[in-house]
Design a protein around this ligand. Structure first.
Ligand code: HEC
Length: 131
């Protein structure tokens, strides 16, 4: 009796993550998984980039090294995910306010997918959390 009750409660719970995965392929650019990967990229846990060193662990900028990425002021473009991804790919050879350039791919060996994820993460920093 009791065992059956436990099983009937547990089974749907265990089935949930599996039911969720097929829809992931169809999700938007800013899926939570992508932002989470971008978080790891930003903090140098994957890809070897040093975003957090110049932009600060919370993205709020470091004096003399990198600008605040959490405000809505963009020095180099419109703040879209596409703009951020392109900027990260190319780096910033001629900074507008800071004395030293930003290296292409954040000084790391990022794949395009990691760059896109980092862009999604940076994009999310300057926007109020949805959901
Ligand atoms: C060596 C320091 C350094 C590293 C490492 C670095 N950046 Fe930057 N970043 C800069 C500088 C400098 C600028 C340009 C500031 C200026 O124009 O005055 C910049 C600009 C940017 C901008 C554009 C900001 C704007 O207002 O338009 C974004 C977005 C950005 N960085 C994201 C990243 C990401 C993501 C990474 C890691 C993949 C990264 N940066 C790694 C120094 C760095």
């Amino acid at each position: 009796m009791r065992l059956m009750l436990v099983t009937s409660i547990l089974l749907p719970v265990l089935a949930l993550p599996m039911a969720g995965s097929p829809s992931q392929g169809a999700s938007q650019d800013l899926s939570p998984a992508m932002v989470a990967l971008g978080d790891s990229v930003f903090h140098g846990k994957v890809g070897g980039a040093l975003c957090y060193v110049c932009h600060g662990p919370a993205g709020k900028g470091v004096a003399g090294l990198g600008p605040d990425l959490t405000d809505r002021e963009w020095l180099h473009g419109d703040g879209s995910v596409a703009f951020i991804a392109k900027l990260v790919t190319d780096g910033v050879m001629k900074p507008k306010k800071l004395p030293a350039p930003m290296p292409p791919r954040g000084g790391g060996n990022l794949t395009d997918a990691q760059i896109k994820a980092a862009a999604a993460y940076v994009y999310s920093l300057s926007r109020p959390k949805v959901g």
